[in-house]
Ligand binder design. Sequence first.
Ligand SMILES: [Cu+2]
Length: 175
Amino acid sequence: MKVRITQKSEAKQPLPETLSVMTRYNLQDAVNRSNPRSFLLLLQQQSPYWLLNGRTFEMEAVADNETVKLNTLEVWEFDNQPGTGGMMETAHPMHLHALQFQVIERTVRPDMAAIRDQVSAGFTDEGWKDTVLVMPGEKIKFLAKFENYAGLYLYHCHNLEHEDQGMMRNYRITA
Ligand SMILES: [Cu+2]
């Protein structure tokens, strides 16, 4: 690609006087506050390699733990555990369709903390997220509100090789 600059401009974009206000969700308001809906991110040694709670992609099917109620706040957890049989560990940028969510807690296995700590200075969990990087050995809890629309939505790893190898599922919001 070639960029040819033909004109000088003095146009400036002023910063807004105030930034938008973010309202934090409260764990106490989650319908499953003491029992997070947990998703295990795991590699196995044969295809489909990358699984969510031991399941691969299905076009329309949803499991019991992939069904939520419209207009509820829930706490979810992505749990990135080492693969079986000494398979490699890797990070998963996990993405939900339909909404943005708020990260409330990260924990890491002590024996894998050093891997996480290589990048943890870059974590920005204060704002809205639609994707969260789950490092090897890490568990991330977040609050998500299923509002406005019922229907079938994807959640998946945003690493293309992983989602193409099965790390993508549907969840259903029921009215
Ligand atoms: Cu992944």
